[in-house]
Design a protein around this ligand. Structure first.
Ligand SMILES: Nc1ncnc2c1ncn2[C@@H]1O[C@H](COP(=O)(O)OP(=O)(O)O)[C@@H](O)[C@H]1O
Ligand SMILES: [Mg+2]
Length: 272
């Protein structure tokens, strides 16, 4: 079966900073795949390469067997993308925001209204769809952005830190809607997060990324079971323990912190 996404030696530099340093990754159709790592690991850069927002060399990124360098528009049509930064317009209603994306994605006029309603329904915002987005809570805004990305019925949905800065209840709600959409459509989901506990709970497989490279990959339960075996002391390690082991001492160096307080706060403020 064709992979939803294949990265083969994906590299990307900003000047002297090698943000993604040779990423090998296969995401199977229909799975919820988590790209995990502390701030600065290179998750957003990798995602932006897949979306074709950053240029890559041929052969580095394939989405459903279309090459991101050679077949850019085809790749874009297969994708939905919710960036880490907010993308909903506060001055529009929920429904208007989703309609805007339906027009941008060129959904035929006669299908548009139904597709917008479907997307709002999928994220549980039907009842509040006529309210201005400015009145939405952070969690509702995130779900609205999810609806915006869903309206084009993407085959690969990419979510960059969908739960950053949200309270635990809003975070759970975002994840439950992601899972429900996957169950209803079979859509493949690639999600980044630095919340290891969420990934453990909701992702089928994860890749642990640190300083531009993947250090471990597998089902969360497999990764923790392997570490448990290696330790052999009967303790029950978490995904965060696995991460600490594979990342080694580099984890606490500059740029490799688990939570970049400043950036988290900035996003949280915008969500507030
Ligand atoms: N536009 C940019 N210009 C220069 N450096 C950048 C830019 N975006 C990201 N970086 C650097 O690339 C590295 C990876 O960043 P990023 O992909 O945003 O990581 P993550 O999403 O995992 O937090 C970091 O060292 C970051 O400082
Ligand atoms: Mg990021």
């Amino acid at each position: 079966m064709t992979n939803a996404l294949t990265c083969d030696g994906l590299r990307y530099s900003f000047g002297d900073t090698l943000a993604v340093a040779g990423l090998d990754l296969s995401v199977t159709q229909g799975e919820i795949f988590g790209l995990l790592g502390p701030n600065g690991a290179g998750k957003t850069t990798a995602i932006r390469c897949v979306t074709t927002l950053l240029p890559v060399q041929p052969g580095m990124v394939r989405v459903f067997d279309r090459d991101a360098a050679e077949d850019r528009m085809a790749v874009r049509r297969l994708l939905g993308y919710v960036p880490q930064q907010l993308s909903a317009d506060a001055r529009l209603t929920g429904r208007e925001n989703v309609s805007l994306f339906a027009r941008v994605f060129d959904i035929p006029r006669r299908e548009r209204a139904a597709r917008v309603e479907q997307a709002l329904e999928a994220v549980g915002l039907t009842d509040v769809a006529d309210r201005m987005a400015a009145t939405f809570s952070g969690g509702m805004i995130r779900r609205l952005e999810l609806a915006q990305a869903l309206v084009s019925a993407p085959r690969l949905l990419m979510l960059d830190e969908p739960t950053i800065g949200l309270d635990p209840i809003a975070r759970t709600s975002v994840w439950e809607h992601i899972q429900a959409v996957r169950a209803a459509t079979g859509m493949t989901v690639l999600v980044t997060t630095h919340y290891m506990d969420e990934a453990d709970q909701y992702c089928d497989r994860v890749a642990l990324m640190h300083q531009g490279l993947i250090r471990a990959m597998g089902a969360p339960g497999e990764l923790t079971a392997e570490l448990r075996e290696r330790r052999g002391d009967g303790s029950a390690p978490t995904l965060e323990d696995v991460f600490r082991e594979v990342a080694g001492s580099g984890l606490d160096e500059e740029g490799g912190k688990f939570r970049d307080v400043r950036r988290t706060r900035n996003t949280a403020r915008r969500l507030g």
